[in-house]
Write a protein of this length. Structure first.
Length: 274
C-alpha cells in the first residue's frame, strides 16, 4: 500500500491542480460581482469583467490625453527600474558583507551583532528619514529597498557560509590556499547560487518596499497609480495593477530559478524541481 506522502502527480495533473485554485477564485469573483451589480449597477467594489477590459485598454493601449504616454507602460518601466536597481545593489552588498561575516571569525565577532540589530529595524519606520536625507526623488525609493532587503540576504548568506563543510576548507588550506584564494575558489562559487535563491525569496519584500515608497512620493509607478486612483474607488484599475505586479513577481522568481538550475546544475542535484 502506497503512502500518500510517496505519491507524485504527473506533470499534466500538477498543472491542472496548480491552476484550479486560480479558476475557483475567478469564478467566485464573477459570481459575487454579478450579484452586487444586479443589486446596484453602479457598484464599484466588484467591477465586471468588461470593466476590467475597458480599464486595461484605457491605461495600457490608449495614450494619456494629458501627457500622450501609455500610463501602464510608463508605470511598469518606472517601477522595474527602481526595483532592479535596488535588488542589484542589495545583492552585491550582501555578497561583499556576508562572505567575510561567515568566513572570518574576527569579522563575525565584530559585525554580526550589528547586522542582526540592523535587520530588526522596520524599514518603513525610517522612510521619513530617507526622504529627509535623500529628498523625494528616486534615491530614497531605491535606498528603502536596499536597507530593507540587504540585511535579510546577508544573514541568509552568512549562515550558508558557516554551514560549508569544514573538510573542504581544511583540504584547501592543506593544498596551500590562502584566505583570499579559498574565498575566491571555494567559498564564492558555492555561495553564488545561494545568493540567487536568497534574492528570489526576498523579491516579495522588495516589492512591498517599492510600492510603499511609490505610494508616498512618486509621479509614476505601479504603486503610485494604485494609490492615486483609490480615492475614486477605481477597482477596475487597482485590481489589474495588482494582478500585473503579481505576474511580474512570479515571472522574476521563475526566471531566477531557471537560471540557477541551468547555470549551477550541481546546486539542484538531488532536489525535486517544482
Amino acid at each position: 500500500m502506497k503512502r500518500l506522502m510517496n505519491l507524485r502527480p504527473s506533470k499534466p495533473t500538477a498543472l491542472i491542480m496548480g491552476l484550479l485554485p486560480f479558476i475557483v477564485v475567478l469564478l467566485i469573483y464573477i459570481v459575487a460581482s454579478d450579484v452586487r451589480l444586479a443589486e446596484n449597477p453602479n457598484d464599484k467594489l466588484l467591477p465586471s469583467m468588461s470593466s476590467f477590459v475597458e480599464a486595461v485598454d484605457r491605461m495600457a493601449f490608449t495614450p494619456s490625453k494629458r501627457t500622450g504616454e501609455y500610463l501602464f507602460v510608463e508605470d511598469t518601466l518606472a517601477s522595474l527600474e527602481r526595483l532592479g536597481l535596488g535588488v542589484m545593489i542589495s545583492a552585491v552588498l550582501a555578497l561583499l558583507i556576508a562572505i567575510p561575516l561567515g568566513f572570518v571569525p574576527f569579522v563575525r565577532a565584530g559585525l554580526s551583532p550589528f547586522v542582526a540589530a540592523i535587520s530588526m529595524v522596520p524599514p518603513m519606520a525610517i522612510l521619513p528619514i530617507l526622504f529627509i536625507v535623500f529628498g523625494m526623488g528616486e534615491m530614497a525609493k531605491v535606498a528603502l529597498i536596499v536597507i530593507g532587503v540587504t540585511p535579510l540576504i546577508v544573514r541568509d548568506l552568512q549562515q550558508r557560509v558557516m554551514e560549508m563543510p569544514t573538510e573542504q576548507l581544511i583540504k584547501a588550506q592543506t593544498l596551500g590556499g590562502s584566505s583570499w584564494t579559498i574565498t575566491l575558489r571555494v567559498v564564492l562559487p558555492q555561495i553564488f547560487p545561494r545568493l540567487l535563491d536568497a534574492v528570489r525569496l526576498t523579491l516579495g519584500t522588495a516589492w512591498i518596499f517599492l510600492i510603499s515608497a511609490e505610494a508616498i512620493s512618486a509621479t509614476e509607478g505601479l504603486g503610485y497609480r494604485i494609490f492615486l486612483v483609490r480615492r475614486y474607488l477605481s477597482m477596475d484599475v487597482i485590481l489589474p495593477y495588482v494582478v500585473w505586479i503579481t505576474l511580474l513577481a512570479f515571472l522574476f522568481d521563475y526566471l531566477l530559478k531557471q537560471f540557477n538550475y541551468r547555470t549551477f546544475k550541481w546546486y539542484d542535484a538531488g532536489k525535486e524541481r517544482s
